[in-house]
Design a protein around this ligand. Structure first.
Ligand code: FAD
Ligand code: SF4
Ligand code: SF4
Length: 450
């Protein structure tokens, strides 16, 4: 069986000094070579692994024939953000996991994500013409992947869509969370330009629930609402020393770097250089924070995670890139206290061993009674996020014990004509899940007016 054609990556020794994208993607020749490996299976199991059911077999077949525009058109029927999903989807647990070529060795599955990214980067779509304008105003709250997808699908159906965004930039986590070296921000700008061309209006710096309420928006003629405000509230560890100088939450840290460009001297958002950075957590957020700290001149960056590498929720590619970049992994290690007088001096941890699988299906971790002290002047906490609370100031709406909005199968909440989706419903999840919700809600709203 032929091996996967890998994409080129930026050399390891260049990475600590640049925020340039690490994975360089395919060129045409290599994309076609990889596409030619696809067996075009009669019932393509890869498609079952994709949350939005991209027609993988068909788009790969177009790439095989050199028809990149047609490949993009095919993907666009189900996914309007292929250049983004191709870069950030956890393919190894989704589409590529179910590819038949990966049964014996997952590393030989077709490189679906990178092919999708290639089509997204180089394919061109025909201009969309909106056939029938509907005079129905829809308000979308939050401009992350859920909001963007819902806006795009509804605008194409002729609805008058306005997106309200609390921040001064659009894109949600795609802009303020995921770093430039993984997801270049120009891609989000391009996607917004497409939405603008479809007639989507944008109101930035508006916190719905504070600047304006849903009732007031109803008064302005909005008939339907989609709340996609994400999970932007970081979870605390609740251990001693969490208030010391030098302790950061990953979200705040990444926002300063991504959104306010704190790493560039021409911006007035200075960032203090730390030498020994310890990041607590094992997901994409932890890996992004660690790799960002490395690029900000830290001498040592260590990930502290209480389970083993196998249980880490981060994408495999990010773990591999982090290792190449010299990030150290202190696994089976559970933080107990951040030590220091005023400033962080070390992270005191207990060693763990793996136990039986818990309710999440992952191996649990058990204390050993053995302790270590890891030298640190900065600690970044990345142990999860919960519902963004700002929306809930002036509205009565049913939420679960985690603060997430409760919705039915159509994503309708307890408030009339108000739908919700993405991380505000599921808790911290994935870009493609958020997009799937946005698409579903757009289809439900569209059906109401047919
Ligand atoms: P968000 O992207 O969070 O967008 C919500 C938007 O709503 C924000 O722009 C926010 O400012 C705005 N908002 C909030 N409250 C209000 C209000 N009251 N009024 C107006 N606007 C408001 N997923 C992956 O699939 N792959 C990855 O590699 C990956 N890496 C990640 C790395 C980081 C650092 C983080 C934080 C998350 C990562 N995720 C990843 C998760 C993924 O980004 C999220 O699941 C996804 O962005 C959720 O989309 P969303 O549209 O629901 O919300
Ligand atoms: Fe795979 Fe994500 Fe593309 Fe679906 S959207 S085919 S899961 S990369
Ligand atoms: Fe191609 Fe793999 Fe999908 Fe089969 S399962 S159609 S080989 S990508």
């Amino acid at each position: 069986m032929s091996k996967r054609n890998s994409t080129k990556v930026l050399e390891d020794n260049l990475r600590s000094s640049t925020f340039a994208e690490v994975d360089l993607g395919y060129d045409l020749k290599n994309a076609i070579l990889e596409a030619k490996r696809c067996l075009a299976c009669k019932i393509a199991p890869c498609e079952q692994g994709c949350p939005v059911k991209v027609k993988i077999k068909d788009f790969i077949s177009e790439i095989k024939n050199g028809n990149i525009d047609l490949a993009l058109e095919k993907i666009n029927e189900d996914n309007i953000l292929p250049a983004i999903c191709g870069r950030v989807c956890p393919q190894e647990t989704q589409c590529e996991k179910t590819c038949v070529l990966g049964i014996k060795n997952p590393e030989n599955a077709i490189n679906i994500g990178k092919l999708e990214r290639f089509a997204g980067d180089y394919g061109k779509l025909k201009e969309e013409t909106i056939i029938s304008k509907k005079e129905i105003k829809v308000a979308i709250i939050g401009s992350g992947p859920a909001g963007m997808t819902c806006a795009g699908v509804l605008a194409k159906k002729g609805f008058e869509v306005t997106v309200f965004e609390a921040l001064h930039e659009v894109g949600g986590v795609l802009t303020y969370g995921i770093p430039e070296f993984r997801l270049p921000k120009k891609l989000i700008v391009t996607e917004w330009e497409k939405l603008t061309k479809l007639g989507v209006k944008l109101e930035k710096n508006v916190i719905v629930g504070k600047t304006i309420t849903i009732k007031e928006l109803e008064g302005k003629g909005f008939k339907e609402f989609f709340v996609a405000t994400g999970a932007g509230l970081p979870k605390a560890l609740n251990i001693k020393g969490e208030n010391l100088t030098g302790v950061y939450y990953a979200n705040g840290f990444l926002t300063r770097i991504n959104l306010m460009k704190a790493y560039r001297s021409e911006y007035h958002t200075p960032y203090k250089i730390y030498k020994h950075v310890v990041v607590i957590g094992g997901g994409n957020v932890a890996l992004d924070a660690a790799r960002t700290a490395k690029r900000l001149s830290a001498e040592t960056v260590t990930i502290v995670y209480r389970r083993s590498k196998k249980e880490m929720p981060a994408r495999l590619e990010e773990i591999r890139h982090a290792e190449e970049e010299g990030i150290q992994f202190n696994l089976l290690t559970n933080p107990k206290e951040i030590k220091g007088t005023d400033k962080v001096e070390s992270l005191y941890c207990e060693r763990m061993i793996l136990g039986e699988a818990d309710q999440t299906g992952r191996a649990s971790f058990l204390p050993t009674g053995e302790f270590i002290d890891i030298k640190a002047d900065m600690v970044i906490i990345a142990v999860g996020q919960s519902a963004n609370p700002s929306f809930f100031n002036n509205i009565e709406i049913e939420r679960n014990k985690y603060g997430n909005i409760i919705v039915d199968d159509n994503k309708l909440s307890s408030y009339p004509n108000l739908y919700a989706g993405g991380d505000i419903v599921t808790g911290a999840s994935t870009v493609i899940e958020a997009m799937a919700h946005g698409k579903l809600v757009a289809e439900v709203i569209n059906k109401k007016y047919q």
